[in-house]
Design a protein around this ligand. Sequence first.
Ligand SMILES: Cc1cc2nc3c(=O)[nH]c(=O)nc-3n(C[C@H](O)[C@H](O)[C@H](O)COP(=O)(O)OP(=O)(O)OC[C@H]3O[C@@H](n4cnc5c(N)ncnc54)[C@H](O)[C@@H]3O)c2cc1C
Length: 414
Amino acid sequence: MNRFTVVLDLGGQWRLDDQSALHRAVLRAQAAPGGRLVVLQSGDADGRLRGPHQRRLLEQALAALAERLAAVGIPLLCPVGADLEQTLGVIARHGPLVAVERCGSNQLFDDWPYGREIFPRVFSDFRRGLAIEPEAALPAPDLGGLGDPDLLRHEAWPEGWLPGQHRDPRRSQEAGVDPRSAFPFRGDETSALARLEHYVHRSEGLRQYRDTRDAVLGTEGSSKFSPWLAIGALSVRRIWAEVRSYEARQGSDRGSEWMLQELLWREFFLWTERRDPERFASLGGTQGRAFSYDDDRERFARWTRADTGSPLIDAALTELKATGWLSNRVRQWVASDFVHRLRLPWLWGARWFAWQLIDSCPSSNIGNWSYLAGVGADPRSFGAGPRRFDLERQLQRYDPEGSYLRHWSSARGS
Ligand SMILES: Cc1cc2nc3c(=O)[nH]c(=O)nc-3n(C[C@H](O)[C@H](O)[C@H](O)COP(=O)(O)OP(=O)(O)OC[C@H]3O[C@@H](n4cnc5c(N)ncnc54)[C@H](O)[C@@H]3O)c2cc1C
């Protein structure tokens, strides 16, 4: 029988949880005679810069998702060298296409939470004026009966389209993770959901979050959700829903309220970027103000080699390169030092972060760098200069024992 096919394009997301497009695709496939599902990852349509740490997570997410879908007879295609139209042409050779559904991006709100023209410039206005709650997160649907083992054969597809074919043994997926990393987790959806359950419901993580989030070392101070959010292996609405369910169980507290606020920061930067992407990522930032700097490429090159003359910053850059991770507090120190002491253009630093960070995400990265450079959303910088972190005082407050420096200075050259 010529079976009808419904295609789901994951659109850069690497999960089955909270995907309304997947639910639509399942309904369409169930309604079609002999309907079956083909899942497709049409690739990094956003053309984002991803370095080795984030690519390792992506490969882990891909391998796990392919395996999970294959268990119910559904292929996961990653077409190389073909655009969407060509890809659909190849899929249609196996039977008529009924529909193509595409997953959206990973955000709390599907539509502008404020009118585009009146979108707030600063976070406090954004948060205070929000009158809506994100929509509920959808559970992953049952995919039973929508597979076709014939489509799991490598011969059914052009070479390299099915994951696992001709895997290069040197690829980063198998590469070891630095044992000192504060993010020792795998990139797949199951690991993401396990971490969410652990942090929100099983440990004291969420309850203590407000007091521990500035920890500079270790896995437990903050949630570590960001790498999974960045590759779409964890839904931000799922996190929101779990925090709300924690609150329903034991009441809201400083930890849960602060976590929701941090998720809103992510959302604020996403929409700020969308409002005017060019201005957002320009040296003058959303404020459009002059930014003075030294055009010193040699100084920048030394910075990328963790050789800046500041033991603290060098330790941080060593951690970044070795693991792709830096706590939020340490990111702030590095960015502030880059702008004030080294007087380098913040966009260079942001680009290096985009390549190195395991949770690299354009809107959060640029949003935070421009904030610290005094050209973005920091209200204190309007009409004044950017704020400067006093690293001595920061260390006294956040790491009086000097543990961070010891931990990462000893790692130099390793
Ligand atoms: C210079 C600089 C660059 C940054 N680049 C990135 C980046 O590329 N990708 C990225 O996801 N975050 C970035 N951040 C924001 C922040 O540092 C990370 O989101 C956070 O450290 C991730 O750790 P966590 O998941 O444990 O966060 P938690 O403290 O547990 O917070 C929970 C979630 O809230 C969101 N969140 C928290 N803080 C921020 C923030 N300041 N801005 C936006 N969202 C936030 C994240 O989605 C995070 O996963 C950057 C911050 C700075 C100062």
